[in-house]
Ligand binder design. Sequence first.
Ligand code: G3I
Length: 334
Amino acid sequence: MTDRPPNRGMRRRIASAVAALTFTSPAQAATTLGASAAESGRYFGAAVAGNRLSESAYANTLAAEFNSVVAENAMKWDATEPNPGQFNFSGGDQIVNWAQARGMKVRGHTLVWHAQQPSWAQGLTGNNLRNAMNNHITGVANHYEGDVFAWDVVNEAFEWDGSRRQSNLQIQLGNGWIEEAFRTADAADPSARLCYNDYGTDGINAKSTAIYNMVRDFRSRGVPIDCVGFQSHLSAGDNLSSYQANLQRFADLGVDVEITELDVGGSGSGQAATFKTVTDSCMAVSRCTGITVWGVTDKYSWRNDDPLLFDDNYQKKQAYTAVLNSLNEGGGTC
Ligand code: G3I
């Protein structure tokens, strides 16, 4: 298996591994999600809507509990390039600046996706779309170079049965568009980890196996891919019997795995148990570098089934305690 050039991120991974190894005493029982994740060299993040940062309870909870952020919408194509070649980074910059002022990491979401494309891109065909995609990736990744530690380069390109989603990107550009997007992102930001991100991959199934096969092919040919994001939009009681094994098989390909959009519909002990299973799984896979929940509070979730760790009043839920205990129990592993 051809490994990617040692310089691309290898130094960073070695440094973080050494940092984790130098942690000699057992993990202390940290009292926040981010602090506990950091004890094992991981992050614990949240998706952020910039227009909520002016709400003190939102901002205070985010700053206190998390050590990483991702823009829920502000870095998507429709937000960052509303007109061809005319970039607008104000929304993303607001979140980056807020996070950096608090020493928080920033994930990038997402460079290329079939959804939330600006209308001017949706009608493009052939090389016009190809050029637009590459120009977009280059413009955004250039702008955030050094600010974003990992990009969701391509989001949601597969169907449940493992076939390619017949998006405009797939139809107009052919099967090579995903590889092309990763190569373009690598050229634009050689320092960021480059991830493929999808949902419905919460175990070994037709969809996750199709993605696995793509990643294995990319790794064998030196296509620049560093990580796979598992969105993990779940419901309490979902069958997660092969969740950890699935993460591990991707890690065994030589890529990092990240839980990128975790939320669990439900309540009480059932919801807490599902959050615990995901967190335990990440802690058990050394290349699982972190977890991001898809929002700070149920109050502003995209879902209406109270799927997050803080309720509408920013109070910690049973699921919060389950996650913190899992991080503390599994902490200290590198
Ligand atoms: O910005 C406009 C605003 O100007 C307008 O007034 C308002 C009412 O029409 O809409 C606003 O845009 C909304 C946008 O969120 C920003 O709030 C869109 O309608 C709405 O569809 C969009 O929803 C987002 C959704 O992605 C779009 O597919 C959700 O907030 C966001 O949580 C969700 O996140 C996705 C990930 O990116 C990918 N994985 C799945 C996940 C959940 O769908």
